[in-house]
Write a new protein. Structure first.
Length: 55
């Protein structure tokens, strides 16, 4: 998705007259990072590592 936004940079700017595809690429990347971090918080890695070492 980020690559599409980057490639359509000028077209998006012309269409919106407000924001470019490059800027939207950064927003999309930030949103993706947010969801990855939220997911990582749910898997409780520290507990899994401790349990694996006790076996």
């Amino acid at each position: 998705m980020a690559k599409v936004l980057e490639l359509a940079d000028l077209q998006i700017l012309n269409m919106t007259s407000l924001i470019s595809g490059h800027s939207l690429k950064h927003i999309a990347a930030a949103v993706a990072c947010f969801y990855v971090i939220a997911w990582l918080k749910t898997i409780n890695v520290g507990t899994r590592l401790t349990q694996d070492s006790n076996q």
